[in-house]
Design a protein around this ligand. Structure first.
Ligand SMILES: C[S@@+](CC[C@H](N)C(=O)[O-])C[C@H]1O[C@@H](n2cnc3c(N)ncnc32)[C@H](O)[C@@H]1O
Length: 234
C-alpha cells in the first residue's frame, strides 16, 4: 500500500463517523486523492537539498503533506523531511497522528513530524507583527501546502485583528492562511494552496492582493471545475 492510500482509508472512516455539521464548524472539507497528487506535483523540488522543511496549515487528515511526501520519496538526493502540521480541531488530531505515524514507518526517507494543535493565525501573532516577544528567527519552510478553511470572519475577530495589514472589513480565513503561509516561507520557497477565486477582485481582498503579489510571485493558477454531482461533499 502506498503512503496516500492508507490516509484515504482512515479519512473515509472518519468522515463516516463525524457528522458534516460538526466538521463544518471548522471549515473542514477534505481534499480528494487526485487533487492532493495534482497539488504535490506543482512543487519544484529544490535541487541539491538533502533536507526539506514542509508546513501544512489546517492539515486535517494530513492528505496534502502525505501526497507531497509520497512524491518526494522519488527524489534520490533527499534524505530527510521535517514536517509541521497545524490543526485546531481536537477531534481530528488522533487521525492525523495515526496517518503520520504510518507514513514515518513506511516511507523510504526519514521523516520527523510535529503536530501543533493550535490556531494557525493566532499562535503566530507576535512573530507576524514583529511585536515585543517575537521570535527573531522563526522556523521558515521550503514548501507550504494547504487547503485552508473557508470561513467569513467578522472585522473584529481576533484573526482579523492579528493581520490588519491584509484586512479591509470582514476577511475570509482562507486568505489570512495564504498571507501567513507567505510569511512562513523561506526566500525562494514555494506555496501551493487550493482557495476560492474571490480574492482576485474586490475591495475586501485588495490589501491581501497587494501584499501577496508584491512579496510573492504567482507562477501557476489552476481553475478546478466543480462537477455537478448529487450528494457531493460540499
Ligand atoms: C478545508 S479543511 C482541509 C483539511 C486537509 N488539509 C485537506 O486538504 O483535506 C481545513 C482544516 O483546517 C482546520 N482549521 C480550521 N481553522 C483552523 C485554524 N484557525 N488553525 C488551524 N487549523 C484550522 C480545520 O479543522 C480543517 O481540518
Amino acid at each position: 500500500m502506498n503512503l496516500l492510500d492508507f490516509t484515504i482509508q482512515t479519512t473515509n472512516q472518519y468522515i463516516d463517523q463525524i457528522p458534516k455539521s460538526q466538521r463544518k464548524k471548522y471549515g473542514q472539507f477534505f481534499t480528494s486523492k487526485e487533487t492532493a497528487i495534482f497539488m504535490a506535483d506543482l512543487f519544484d523540488v529544490p535541487a541539491g537539498k538533502t533536507t526539506l522543511h514542509i508546513l501544512d496549515p489546517g492539515a486535517g487528515s494530513g492528505i496534502l503533506s502525505i501526497a507531497l511526501l509520497e512524491r518526494l520519496q522519488g527524489i534520490p538526493q533527499l534524505k530527510s523531511v521535517h514536517l509541521v502540521c497545524y490543526e485546531n480541531d481536537s477531534k481530528i488530531i488522533e487521525l492525523l497522528k495515526t496517518n503520520l505515524d504510518w507514513v514515518c514507518q513506511n516511507s523510504t526517507i526519514q521523516i520527523n513530524y510535529e503536530i501543533r494543535e493550535d490556531n494557525y493565525i493566532l499562535s503566530q501573532i507576535l512573530d507576524y507583527s514583529g511585536m515585543i516577544g517575537a521570535n527573531p528567527s522563526p522556523l521558515k519552510y521550503d514548501m507550504v501546502v494547504s487547503n485552508p478553511p473557508y470561513m467569513k470572519m467578522t472585522k473584529d475577530s481576533p484573526e482579523a485583528k492579528a493581520m490588519p495589514d491584509v484586512c479591509y472589513g470582514a476577511p475570509n480565513l482562507y486568505f489570512l492562511f495564504a498571507a501567513m503561509g507567505l510569511f512562513n516561507l523561506i526566500h525562494n520557497g514555494e506555496l501551493v494552496y487550493i482557495i476560492p477565486r474571490s480574492w482576485t477582485s474586490g475591495a475586501y481582498f485588495k490589501r491581501f492582493r497587494q501584499k501577496f503579489l508584491s512579496e510573492g510571485t504567482l507562477q501557476h493558477i489552476h481553475l478546478f471545475v466543480r462537477p455537478c454531482l448529487k450528494n457531493s461533499e460540499e
